[in-house]
Design a protein. Structure first.
Length: 304
């Protein structure tokens, strides 16, 4: 099956490699011509150097899969494709777009007879070998037609992917997936910090992570990655404790608030990421000042 991939960053490029290995035909476009040429030479995709050229090269009915960042980049890409594609063609957004944007874009594409599919993709740098988990929103018959593509990218033909609902549902499920991910990561991080704090036991954190990986109810792929990270340097001395967020954790919390659904673990995990970016927390300073004011408790003076 032929498709075009727009955006040949790490994930887009690895998806192209996996599809080519499975025997599919891939036409690739990236904003940087050098990236497109390099992947064409290495993996065998057919390079194009504009969205117009991509639309001309693909065979009808055309399938264009966008793997560009959410927001303005995706908006401009979908706008351009709506002007280049024809009735019966398909646009797939595989980025982490807000589900409401995906619903709006689907309606716009529909007015021109173009199908819009939102695919929440998880797998990161490991997807090339392990396959990608895909949460897909769109019309049933369109998703069924694209089944060979999803099967080639997934961990198995019938596992790790599925249509979860109409347009917007794929990115909605991926949003909540990432919110859950925040909570799981925070729980692991807190647990290992408690272990590290018990200095008199001289605990081997890497050993513990390996013990937990097998048979334990807390075993997971995230724990596998923790074991990898702790293997060579348990102090994580080369890493700064500054944690960014991609936005989907925020959207998950906003959605929980809008629907009055309690989500304290996910919300707290998000706030902890904000806290990691502060060299000195003003709130913590004020807490110390209050304790000193009402109880005479000692405070640590800032160094000049």
């Amino acid at each position: 099956m032929q498709l075009g991939i727009i955006g040949l960053g790490k994930m887009g490029a690895n998806m192209a490699r996996r599809l080519l290995k499975a025997g599919h035909s891939v036409v690739g476009y990236n904003r940087s011509p050098g990236t497109t040429k390099a992947l064409a030479a290495e993996a065998g995709l057919e390079p194009v150097f504009s969205l117009a050229e991509l639309a001309e090269t693909l065979e009808a009915p055309r399938v264009a899969w966008s793997m560009v960042p959410a927001g303005d980049a995706t908006e401009s890409t979908v706008d351009a494709l709506c002007g280049l594609l024809s009735e019966g063609d398909v646009i797939i957004d595989g980025g982490n777009s807000n589900f409401r944007d995906s619903m709006r874009r689907a309606e716009r594409a529909k007015q021109q007879g173009i199908h819009f599919v939102d695919a929440g993709v998880s797998g990161g740098i490991w997807g090339l070998e392990e396959g990608y988990s895909m949460m897909i929103g769109g019309e049933k018959d369109v998703v069924e037609r694209l089944k060979p593509i999803f099967q080639a990218l997934a961990p198995g033909p019938d596992k790790g992917w599925g249509r979860v609902g109409p347009s917007g549902a794929g990115h909605y499920v991926k949003m909540v997936h990432n919110g859950v991910e925040y909570g799981l990561m925070e729980a692991y991080a807190e647990g290992f910090e408690i272990l590290k704090a018990r200095e008199d036991f001289d605990l081997d954190l890497h050993q513990i992570s390996e013990v937990w990986r097998y048979g334990s109810v807390v075993r997971s792929w995230l724990l596998d990655l923790i074991a990898n990270a702790l293997e060579d340097d348990q102090e994580l001395s080369s890493i700064e404790g500054y944690v960014v967020d991609s936005g989907e954790g925020r959207w998950t919390v906003f959605e929980a608030i809008d629907m009055a659904v309690p989500a304290p673990a996910i919300a707290q995990a998000l706030f902890q990421r904000f806290r990691s970016r502060q060299d000195q927390s003003y709130a913590a300073k004020l807490l110390a000042a209050m304790r000193h004011q009402f109880g005479g408790h000692a405070v640590r003076k800032a160094e000049d």
